[in-house]
Design a protein around this ligand. Structure first.
Ligand SMILES: Cc1cc2nc3c(=O)[nH]c(=O)nc-3n(C[C@H](O)[C@H](O)[C@H](O)COP(=O)(O)O)c2cc1C
Length: 318
């Protein structure tokens, strides 16, 4: 008999049947993505960022393809909390896999108000804080300032009692272990990383920026080595000692990439930009991880987490 492989992983109090999750902003709220694949095959589904009020987002063009990636400047366009609960959440409630709702805001009170409303709802398994937004009171991006992040996560922690609280780290900092530590000490159950890198594209013919917003967030394979390094750094210095799981993301396009993130310390992996090329990428990744585990005689996917060793240096001959 072929032994079965245990693909389940634990994210705080959540058991995922496999470690592959969609990332925020790349599959809407589920109803837009459902025609392309069976969402119940995923480990979990993450929604587009939800803010207290509906937002139209930035003016177009707000997406541009770049070598090995894409830049987006969507500007948090979303239906807002009330419409999300009435129109979108019922679809997510039908799923058999956990739904993680990504929350954004420009003031601590805004995050608290959204999380307080969503936390008790049965269809919400996790709340992921998108902290790459500027705070209206000081103009600083929450996720780049360890103290502001600590205040935000502590305030939200007080109202999040049922859902798993995930804090999504921005890579646009000098030392990501500082913000990771702040988030964990303030009560995060899980870290997800990374959000996009700030970048820009220039139209040399017109001598103008390609995006109406001028800058955008870079995602896709171009950022994979950077994301891997940051996941590994945070795993070793913060997450592993604190026994906090990481959802790793940034340029994952195939099962090999997913395995690399898990070896570097991620407990689960997120897939985003690759879905624009093939919406069923997640399914191929789940199957590919299973094959990899079989080939390496491993019985459970969680055995991969943090298994990375430094490269062996062969002794010089002679
Ligand atoms: C079009 C697009 C929209 C995004 N919107 C959001 C968002 O609303 N909230 C958020 O936290 N991250 C957002 N992200 C960032 C992704 O969730 C993810 O962190 C990043 O793209 C890296 O993963 P990837 O390379 O697999 O896409 C967005 C990314 C893209 C490409």
């Amino acid at each position: 008999m072929i032994p079965t492989i245990d693909m389940s992983v634990r994210i705080g109090s959540l058991m995922l049947k496999n470690p592959v999750i969609t990332v925020s902003g790349t599959c809407g709220y589920g109803d837009e993505y459902a025609p392309f694949m069976d969402l119940n095959q995923l480990g979990g589904f993450t929604t587009k960022s939800v803010t207290l009020a509906e937002r139209r987002g930035n003016a177009p063009p707000r997406i541009v393809e770049t070598p090995a990636g894409m830049l987006n400047a969507i500007g948090l366009a979303n239906v807002g909390l009330e419409r999300f609960i009435c129109e979108k959440l019922p679809v997510l409630a039908e799923l058999s896999v956990p739904a993680i709702v990504n929350v954004a805001g420009h003031a601590i009170e805004e995050y608290v108000a959204v999380c307080e409303k969503l936390d008790p709802l049965q269809a919400v398994a996790g709340l992921e804080l998108n902290v790459s937004c500027p705070n209206v009171s000081d103009g600083l991006v929450f996720g780049t300032d360890p103290e502001a992040l600590s205040r935000l996560v502590s305030a939200v922690r007080k109202v999040v009692r049922q859902s798993v609280l995930v804090v999504k780290l921005t890579p646009n900092v000098t030392d990501i272990t500082q913000t990771a530590r702040s988030a964990v000490e303030a009560g995060a159950d899980c870290l997800s990383m990374i959000n996009t890198f700030v970048g820009m594209a220039v139209d040399a013919d017109r001598q103008e920026s390609v995006l109406a917003n001028v800058t955008g967030g870079l995602s896709g394979p171009a950022i994979k080595p950077l994301a891997l390094n940051l996941v590994h750094q945070v795993y070793r210095e913060v997450a592993e000692p604190a026994k906090i799981p990481i959802i790793g993301m940034g340029g994952i396009t195939n099962s090999r990439d997913a395995v690399e993130f898990m070896l570097a310390g991620a407990t689960a992996v997120g897939v985003g930009t690759a879905l624009f090329v093939d919406p069923t990428t997640t399914l191929r990744i789940v199957a590919g991880i299973e094959d990899y585990l079989g080939q390496h005689c491993l019985g459970a996917v969680r055995e991969l987490v943090g298994r990375l060793k430094p490269k062996r240096i062969e002794q010089a001959m002679g």
